[in-house]
Design a protein around this ligand. Structure first.
Ligand SMILES: Nc1ncnc2c1ncn2[C@@H]1O[C@H](COP(=O)(O)OP(=O)(O)O)[C@@H](O)[C@H]1O
Ligand SMILES: [Mg+2]
Length: 329
């Protein structure tokens, strides 16, 4: 059965687009037919992320001027190129690269001011035209499944409680509420979870927390030769603990930094579980803040570009959980 996953958050910049795009690409690599839709209609970003110029937009389908086949762009060749040119570690190279056996299509959203205005029902008599747009959105989901045999529809939404975010949550069967550590608004998130998510989970949708940018991976430069091996450090709430140190004798400042990191990690773990019970949602994934991703010019499909990176491993776990849930249905 097809699954429709919406990435949402209370605040902006929590990693929705990054996680949605990487997850979509990984599920495609694993053999699924994946449709990634940009429903962040107020500030679309998938077009900039993939650097593609679509002929038609999701907006055209919603306005009734395009068919579903016109607005989905087949990006399978693009992700194949990234993956087959990817960097594997020496260890990774020993294994032959798996093939990309699935497909990825992306539906882009138009960022022009007048197009955003139309999606707010500005094109016609406000309420009726808004409902007509919503009907078309429901049809889009149905047609991706019935005409295009979708396994996964992944929707990137706008943060907060806005018309199109709520529509995306209503259409999805799995809701991923994404939180960024270090910039949490627990009260706001909790209120939103109770008021909005509750009404969807009541009707069978599942909701999970995705904790992003959790501390514990980035090693300050002056302790990097000590070394806490970041590549095998656990992801809070997901993997088991395994931290190694080298035999070199650490300076006292190194020890302070390491113990600070361990303290941060412990605090993160406590905060994550307190949050999960407060918001009453399980954590499906906790993703480290990866400074090597954050400070590259632009993060782009790290799961395919660096398949050995711990970020990619984290997504592998998330994909397996998603596949597990789907296969039970
Ligand atoms: N786990 C992570 N580690 C480091 N940087 C991250 C991580 N997740 C996201 N980012 C960065 O954070 C910024 C905001 O992410 P983005 O996906 O655009 O958020 P949103 O879509 O919620 O606004 C981007 O620059 C992205 O590369
Ligand atoms: Mg975004």
């Amino acid at each position: 059965m097809a699954s429709c996953i919406a990435f949402h958050s209370y605040k902006g910049g929590t990693g929705k687009t990054t996680i949605a795009a990487n997850l979509a690409a990984l599920l495609a690599k694993k053999g699924h037919r994946v449709f990634l839709l940009d429903l962040d209609v107020y500030a679309p970003s998938l077009q900039a992320y993939f650097d593609k110029e679509p002929k038609r937009w999701i907006n055209d389908f919603l306005n009734g001027t395009a068919e579903v086949g016109d607005i989905i762009m087949d990006l399978t060749p693009a992700i194949e190129e990234v993956y087959y040119n990817s960097n594997l570690s020496a260890k990774g190279k020993e294994k032959e690269k798996e093939k990309i056996t699935g497909k990825l299509w992306v539906g882009f959203c138009n960022s022009k001011k007048e197009e955003i205005y139309k999606l707010e029902g500005g094109g016609g008599k406000q309420d009726s035209s808004k409902i007509q747009l919503l009907r078309r959105f429901i049809l889009l989901r149905e047609q991706l499944i019935s005409l295009h045999d979708a396994d996964y529809i992944i929707i990137d939404t706008s943060p907060g409680i806005r018309y199109w975010s709520i529509n995306a949550l209503a259409v999805a069967d799995t809701l991923f509420l994404t939180l960024k550590m270090g910039d949490l608004d627990i009260e706001g998130t909790k209120k939103m979870a109770e008021e909005i998510y509750g009404s969807f989970t009541k009707f069978g949708a599942r909701s999970y927390l995705v904790m992003n940018r959790v501390s514990g991976y980035c090693v300050p430069e002056h302790v990097s030769d000590l070394t806490i091996t970041p590549h095998i450090t656990p992801v809070p709430g997901i993997a088991s603990s395994s931290t190694t140190t080298s035999s070199s004798s650490p300076s006292s400042s190194n020890i302070e930094s390491v113990s600070m990191m361990q303290q941060q990690k412990a605090e993160s773990n406590i905060l994550s579980s307190a949050l999960a019970s407060d918001i009453r949602m399980d954590i499906i994934s906790a993703i480290y803040c990866y400074c090597d991703i954050q400070f590259t010019k632009k993060e782009f499909l790290t799961v395919l570009k660096y398949p050995d990176h711990p970020f990619a491993k984290q997504f592998e776990l998330l994909a397996q959980k998603i596949e597990g849930v789907q296969s039970k249905e």
